[in-house]
Design a protein around this ligand. Structure first.
Ligand SMILES: Cc1ncc(COP(=O)(O)O)c(C=O)c1O
Length: 390
């Protein structure tokens, strides 16, 4: 009994380590966030307006394109990006089955049909070669996902879409500021969707999203779709929706955006520390960061291959280390995906990743000691060991 109570006391003293630390982020911003939010309240301009316009300019500039359209959330950004790029109901759109449901759900919600191609096991990213095989006579677009903050091979996807005359829509919900082979997300796609969900690398104080595009025609269409297809008040050129970004969210994001580069640099440092810690460990296999990728580490993801993943998650919880599982089921095996006609075994890499992935805390407010504590415990538990106390 005595031993047990001593252990309990010590473990209850452990600092909890979680996937995000929004309190630390707020503290790092000082009073700027509250001041800006108050200024919006006093201005009476609650929807769109100068804060959203500034954010649209700065997000577009950050990614090297001329146009941004602030919308209500990342899911709407995908729907509007698809519609504005000319995808119509009934069209087939090729995407990844290993992603958040919204990537495929947005395709179906606008009336098109998701068609899946498997991801690469090493990166969890949609393979251009497999995507090409999934193209059929009804395909009008490909929607790859820059999962966990690492871009897919956009040069290959652009070449494929040019050859097949398809639209290319990027799901960049997890990849603010990411690059690959010197090209930013958003530069090669016809339209690119971001989410500003609060836990994203750039997160609002609520819901938010944005479409960016290098193309004027796509920009103009996206702008009008977010306001019921209305280029001029009370004139409706097509069916759209109400998906305007709120000024409070624009203001909050304008306070945070100047910090994004430093926050990303810290994520990259933490990822390098994890890489070093896991080198030579057979039971913990970090996903590969490809040569030429500026990965922004929305998630730092490993595969655990010797001990059941969910057991590792539970045992880490006992050490106050809270990890994510993105995602425990691939999209094609969800009940809602049944009408699309897929089943178990269709996408073996996605199904395996869903069983094995573990996303470790990698937010910029972790200390090196926090990172070491996470790494040591993950290594020990992935081998079936007891972990460390501190
Ligand atoms: C890959 C991916 N796509 C789309 C979305 C949808 O974004 P939102 O939650 O802002 O609608 C998310 C975020 O949750 C995501 O991670």
């Amino acid at each position: 009994m005595a031993t047990k109570s001593t252990t309990t006391t010590l473990e209850s003293d452990l600092k909890p380590l979680a996937p995000v630390d929004l309190a630390a982020e707020r503290a790092a911003l000082g009073p700027a966030l509250e001041e800006k939010i108050l200024a919006v309240l006093q201005s009476g301009q609650y929807i769109l307006g100068p804060e959203v316009e500034k954010l649209e300019r700065d997000m577009a500039a950050l990614h090297g394109v001329p146009y941004g359209v602030g919308v209500a959330n990342g899911t709407d950004a995908l729907v509007i990006a698809l519609r504005a790029s000319g995808v119509n109901p009934g069209d087939h759109v090729v995407t990844s089955p290993f992603t958040f449901f919204a990537s495929a759900g947005s395709i179906a919600w606008m009336g098109a049909v998701p068609r899946f191609a498997d991801v690469e096991l090493e990166t969890a990213l949609l393979s251009p070669k497999l995507a090409e095989k999934a193209i059929d006579s009804k395909t009008t677009a490909i929607l790859p996902v820059h999962l966990y903050g690492q871009m897919v091979d956009m040069k290959a996807f652009r070449a494929l879409c040019d050859a097949k005359k398809l639209a290319l829509i990027e799901d960049a919900a997890q990849s603010h500021g990411a690059k690959r082979d010197g090209v930013s997300c958003g530069q090669l796609g016809d339209a690119t969707a971001f989410s500003f969900y609060p836990t994203k690398n750039l997160g609002a104080c609520g819901e938010g999203g944005m479409v960016i595009t290098p193309k004027k025609a796509v920009f103009e269409r996206a702008r009008r779709i977010r306001e019921h297809g209305s280029p001029v008040r009370y004139t409706h050129a097509e069916i759209g929706t109400n998906s305007r970004l709120q000024a409070f969210q624009g203001a909050a994001l304008n306070v945070k955006l100047p910090h994004l580069a430093a926050w990303t640099a810290r994520r990259v440092q933490i990822a390098a520390r994890f890489d070093a810690a896991f080198r030579g460990t057979q039971s913990v296999i970090p996903l590969t960061t490809v040569k030429g990728a500026d990965h922004v580490y929305h998630q730092y993801t490993v595969r655990v291959v010797d001990v059941p993943r969910d057991e590792v998650v539970e045992r880490l919880k006992e050490k106050k280390i809270f990890v994510g599982v993105h995602y425990p089921s691939p999209v094609h095996l969800q009940e809602a995906a049944r009408p699309w006609g897929y089943g178990p075994g269709d996408f073996p890499n996605s199904e395996r990743l869903a069983r094995e992935v573990l996303c470790l805390p990698v937010h910029p407010f972790l200390s090196d000691a926090d990172v070491d504590r996470i790494a040591e415990n993950v290594i020990a538990m992935a081998r079936g060991g007891a972990g460390t106390r501190a």
